[in-house]
Design a protein around this ligand. Structure first.
Ligand code: AMP
Length: 287
């Protein structure tokens, strides 16, 4: 049975006993509308820990667009059924008051620097402040041994690693690979908001990433490919492309043909209709 827990106090009651019994706690934070991407992280957490905690909280402070927050899918009952089926010990489903008892403020003494300021940081001002704030609160509440995050949110992962370093949090951050549909579309809770026509076009994102990953690994011409890939995505009238970019995989700095980075990451953000999608792929030009 998955215990549904709504308060920090109740959470401690469950977890303190487990912790003193030497049990390893794995934690998967989510915003719900669970899909195979989330489940892959949950399964990884189950394999590596004694008990698994999954949080479901649609964090208001990380939404820079109020309409996105309003439209965000809410599928509480289906989510509970998934967690039950996966054998998750605890579903932490707090409300807004529980997570923000003093109102919706941000962590004020944290700055992830460059990795938080570019790309998503530019196009979604305040987003990573909200993410860092809620992840810190959740890690403080759960105190897990390991916490799991998907590579789907590539920049988020870098921000969270920085958060853990800054506060010296005693948790291991584990990342999981991107889970995709058979046509390459990265699973996302927002995908159900796509119309049938939009859904038929969006695999072009994956195709573009795949094509330029292969190209980079053959010949390292990041500036050329970045311009080409951007132009290609923009050739779809339905895509409102925010960026297609090729960056150093560790620092997110721009790269040029004279660099020899071991890994680069290709990152895309675009919207189609009412839905904003992000995706990425890592390439290894010199390994
Ligand atoms: P979210 O509910 O969108 O906040 O996502 C919760 C966690 O699941 C985050 O660490 C995401 O990176 C991860 N995640 C979301 N979609 C995928 C996916 N398609 N593959 C792997 N992980 C994912």
């Amino acid at each position: 049975m998955t215990a549904i827990v709504e308060t920090n106090n109740e959470l401690s009651q469950y977890l303190d006993a487990e912790r003193s019994a030497g049990k390893k706690i794995g934690f998967v934070p989510t915003m719900g509308a669970l899909h195979e991407g989330h489940l892959s992280l949950i399964r990884m957490a189950k394999r590596q820990n004694d008990i698994v905690v999954v949080s479901i909280f649609i964090n208001p402070t990380q939404f820079n667009d109020p309409e996105d927050y309003r439209n965000y899918p809410r599928t509480r009952e289906a989510d509970k059924a998934y967690l039950e089926a996966e054998g998750v010990a605890i579903a932490f489903m707090p409300d807004e008051n529980e997570m923000y008892p003093e109102g919706k403020g941000y962590l004020t003494d944290f700055d992830a620097g460059y990795v938080a300021n570019v790309l998503e940081g530019e196009f979604r001002p305040g987003h990573f402040d909200g993410v860092a704030t809620i992840v810190k609160k959740l890690l403080d509440a759960v105190e897990p041994h390991r916490a799991y995050f998907g590579q789907k949110d590539y920049q988020q992962l870098l921000v969270i690693r920085q958060l853990v370093k800054t506060y010296d949090l005693p948790v291991e951050i584990v990342s999981g690979p991107i889970v995709r549909e058979s046509d390459g579309l990265a699973l996302s809770s927002r995908n159900i908001l796509l119309t049938a026509k939009e859904r038929s076009i969006v695999p072009a994102i994956y195709q573009t990433l795949l094509y330029y990953k292969a190209a980079l690994e053959k010949k390292f011409k990041p500036e050329t490919y970045q311009a080409e890939g951007l132009a290609y995505l923009k050739s779809y009238p339905d895509f409102n492309v925010e960026y297609f970019t090729i960056r150093n995989a560790y620092t997110l700095e721009e790269v040029n043909a004279n660099d020899r980075p071991k890994a680069v990451v290709l990152l895309v953000a675009l919207s189609i209709g009412k839905v904003r999608l992000i995706d990425n792929m890592v390439a290894y030009p010199y390994s």
